[in-house]
Ligand binder design. Structure first.
Ligand SMILES: Nc1ncnc2c1ncn2[C@@H]1O[C@H](COP(=O)(O)OP(=O)(O)OP(=O)(O)O)[C@@H](O)[C@H]1O
Ligand SMILES: [Mg+2]
Length: 334
């Protein structure tokens, strides 16, 4: 390995955030985030959801400037980049293609290795900004599109232990916030309103109570919220009750899985990992919970650089430049 650190530039354009980050891999294997820049697209707000074609166009317009900003934040120039990593999937194909092609082009122009990264592996490795992440551990990804629990027995090996049967956790936060008129994105809005609410005011039943497995479901909580809303429940009470029920359900299921798999470290990542109540609940639990650092929960490029650094450290070969973007790509290889 080089005597000087290896600088990895990571790019994520899987949805509506243009993210570029820079990470440094030291000769002793230590990993450090040098920069993290995200341009969050606001153009979709009036549509009530992400418009894929508009997302791709905005990525094209922004990617160069965001890359320049990330390099400036890291105090580097483009010639200092030793490795480029970019998300190849899963995500919106048109959006993914922008970052993937930009990353490949950059790697080729600089004559450096290129790594195609899996978006969920990126979310998991976002936690490497806070602690040394060495398997075995359990990984709970709670984001806008996923509520997936993986066992990670070895570097690069992901066994799916449980997943949501309906909505993703972040999706449920967003839908309940919309129902209660609390705004978008729903996660932070629910979290803020919950502090002013009474969690006992609206009854929420524990989902999938008594299950032997480790699946998740949010449809029952959504129905309870809808019925309570129609009956005139206050938005802050809905928020407080839903947040408490969702956090307790995520925690209980994950702790059972950790015990069943003999894991004492749990990585919690994805946008919902920014939730304060969730962080406090895991911090007070018997497992060693590792969360991503600030700004690394929702989509970003630094997490992709972190995944690239881990792949490099594990000796994985670079990706061919023929690697394409994929909308659907399960992470579990079992
Ligand atoms: N403080 C918070 N509490 C709860 N949820 C939150 C909080 N902050 C953000 N979220 C939720 O996180 C989600 C966005 O996370 P993220 O950017 O990781 O998802 P995504 O990239 O859209 O989905 P995926 O990675 O599955 O494709 C949103 O649903 C948002 O409401
Ligand atoms: Mg994401």
């Amino acid at each position: 390995m080089n005597a000087r650190p290896t600088r990895i530039l990571g790019i994520d354009t899987s949805c509506d955030d243009t993210g570029v980050g820079v990470v440094e891999l030291a000769p002793d294997g230590g990993i450090r985030v040098l920069a993290n820049r995200v341009w969050s697209q606001t153009i979709h707000a009036s549509y009530g959801g992400v418009m894929p074609e508009l997302a791709s166009r905005e990525h094209v317009e922004r990617i160069d400037a965001v890359t320049g900003d990330a390099l400036a934040e890291a105090g580097l120039t483009v010639e200092d980049v030793d490795v480029v990593a970019a998300t190849s999937g899963p995500g919106l194909v048109g959006a993914l293609l922008v970052g993937l092609m930009y990353g490949k082009g950059l790697a080729q122009a600089l004559g450096v290795p290129f790594y195609a990264a899996h978006h969920l592996e990126g979310h998991i490795f976002a936690a490497a900004s806070e602690a040394e992440l060495r398997p075995p551990y359990l990984a709970l990804v709670v984001s806008g599109g996923h509520t997936h629990l993986f066992d990670v027995p070895r570097e690069g090996e992901y066994v799916l232990v449980g997943a949501t049967r309906d909505d993703a956790a972040g999706e449920a936060f967003d839908k309940i916030a919309r129902l209660a008129g609390l705004g978008y994105p729903g996660g932070p809005a629910i979290s803020e309103a919950a502090q002013r609410g009474d969690p006992e005011a609206v009854p929420f039943k524990e989902p999938l109570k008594g299950q032997k497995g480790f699946d998740f479901s949010f449809s029952g909580l959504k129905t309870a919220a809808l019925l309570a809303h129609r009956a005139g429940a206050r938005p802050e009470d809905l928020a407080a009750g839903f947040e408490r029920a969702a956090v307790s359900f995520l925690l209980k299921t994950t702790l059972r899985a950790a015990q069943a798999h003999g894991r004492d470290t749990v990585v919690v990542s994805g946008g919902v990992a920014a939730n304060r109540a969730l962080r406090e609940a895991f911090a007070a639990s018997p497992v060693r919970a590792v969360f991503p650092g600030q700004g690394l929960n929702t989509d970003n490029g630094a997490m992709i650089a972190l995944a690239g650094a881990a792949a490099l450290r594990a000796g994985r070969p670079p990706s061919p430049l023929s690697e394409g973007a994929v909308a659907y790509a399960p992470l579990a290889n079992a």
